[in-house]
Design a protein around this ligand. Structure first.
Ligand code: 3PG
Ligand code: MG
Length: 410
């Protein structure tokens, strides 16, 4: 167990809080989903009410050094949204290092909140420790950058669940450098670790996992890990076609990963009938709204590709989920952004909402599945929707998070 923001006194202290404010923005730079901001509010409010001086930091997107990065990937819309939600002005500091944050922090009073500009405007933020270990200059760059952040504060809080699988400077080097000062987790990280942790370590059974998405290669680790723990794995999305093709089923021009055929066959063998694949698919010649579709059982005709699970598969998955006591879902069942290929994904969302109603624990891994649950209008009917995509996947794989391990034990 890690110390939390609840275990420390923050009055008058400068509290550096790493959040994952990497929210989706539209072309006009409006936030299209503020779940990660809302998810961070309890921690920010707690420190605010406790009289701390709050310095928020986050990345946004993956700036590549392009000329308009600084406008497109500025945290300005996020700082504004925080201000609205907290009901007080939240200042955006123009840079996360240099004189600007030092001056801003020096002027803060207890309960004030500021947001440092996008950490990834500095390439040092994302230098991997593996590379830093082999290259002194990279190590020095990463440490010098982290040192400037660490020197701003008396307390470090990690409430950035969505980034906990990264060894970014702000996630790992900064708390390493702040040894001796309080380093704790926030409420969001605490909650994510609790729900995801309990789901996989001590699940109420039957424990069913629903996995989808495009690639088997992205989900290999999680399939292997979940196979040892869960009762049934339901597989949809394009990744199903790699499994089917590996066993000799014709899949037309569906997306497949031939170099994983052998792995897929072995996983199937190992899992037996605990691993369930689609028995029918919605197929079409291209991914386009309102394109002509067909339902195909068995082989998919040449020139066509599987783009969603079919009605028999939906019915079969529904039966399995209907008796589950724990359901974890990661990855859409089809190309749900493009109707009509959203039917399978929407159906799974509905079935999970029903499962919650009859008392099952329902957990949504972040990213696409969270977006799907929103689109289906059932977000408030799940036990827990993770704010981490990659992070929830790596957690379910059983990978340790160095960014959490470095923090103080309770
Ligand atoms: C995410 O959205 O997955 C997190 O914010 C981490 O971002 P990253 O994958 O660019 O490190
Ligand atoms: Mg990611």
């Amino acid at each position: 167990m890690k110390k939390t923001v609840e275990d420390i006194d923050v009055r008058g202290k400068r509290v550096l809080i790493r959040l994952d404010l990497n929210v989706p923005l539209d072309d006009a730079r409006r936030i299209t989903d503020d779940r990660r901001i809302r998810g961070a509010l309890p921690t920010v409010k707690r420190v605010m009410d406790g009289g701390g001086r709050i310095i928020l930091m986050s990345h946004l997107g993956r700036p590549k050094g392009g000329p308009d990065d600084h406008t497109k990937l500025s945290l300005a819309p996020v700082a504004n949204r925080f201000g609205e939600l907290l009901g007080k002005p939240v200042r955006l500091v123009s840079d996360c290092t240099g004189s600007a944050p030092r001056a801003a922090v020096a002027q803060m009073s207890n309960g004030d909140v500021c947001v440092l500009e996008n950490l990834r405007f500095h390439t040092a933020e994302t230098i991997k420790d593996k590379n830093a270990a082999e290259d002194t200059s990279l190590r020095e760059q990463k440490e010098a950058f982290a040192r400037q952040l660490a020197d701003l504060a008396d307390v470090y809080v990690n409430d950035a669940f969505g980034t906990c699988h990264r060894d970014n400077a702000s996630m790992l080097t900064v708390p390493q450098l702040m040894e001796g000062k309080p380093r704790v987790v926030g409420y969001l990280v605490q909650k994510e670790l609790k729900f995801l942790g309990e789901a996989v370590s001590d699940p109420a059974r039957p424990f069913v996992c629903v996995l989808g998405g495009a690639k088997v290669s992205d989900k290999l680790g999680v399939i292997r890990s979940l196979l040892t723990r869960c009762d049934t794995i339901l597989i949809g999305g394009a990744m199903a076609y790699t499994f089917l093709a590996a066993e000799g089923t014709e899949v037309g021009k569906s997306l497949v990963e031939p170099d994983l055929f052998e792995t897929a066959r072995n996983l199937r063998k190992e899992a037996g009938d605990r691993l369930r694949l689609p028995v029918d698919s919605v197929v079409a010649a291209e991914i386009k709204e309102r394109v002509a579709t067909q339902v195909s059982e068995g082989p998919i005709p040449a020139g066509q590709m599987g783009l969603d699970i079919g009605p028999k598969t939906i019915a079969g998955f529904r039966d399995v989920i209907a008796t589950a006591k724990t359901v974890v879902w990661n990855g859409p069942m089809g190309v749900f952004e493009t109707p009509p290929f959203d039917a399978g994904t929407m159906a799974v969302a509905e079935v999970m909402a029903d499962a919650t109603r009859r008392g099952a624990v329902t957990i949504i891994g972040g990213g696409d599945s969270a977006a799907a649950v929103d689109k289906a209008g059932v977000a408030d009917r799940m036990t827990h929707i993770s704010t981490g995509g990659g992070a929830s996947l790596e957690f379910l794989e059983g990978k340790p998070f160095a960014a959490i391990e470095v923090l103080d034990d309770a």
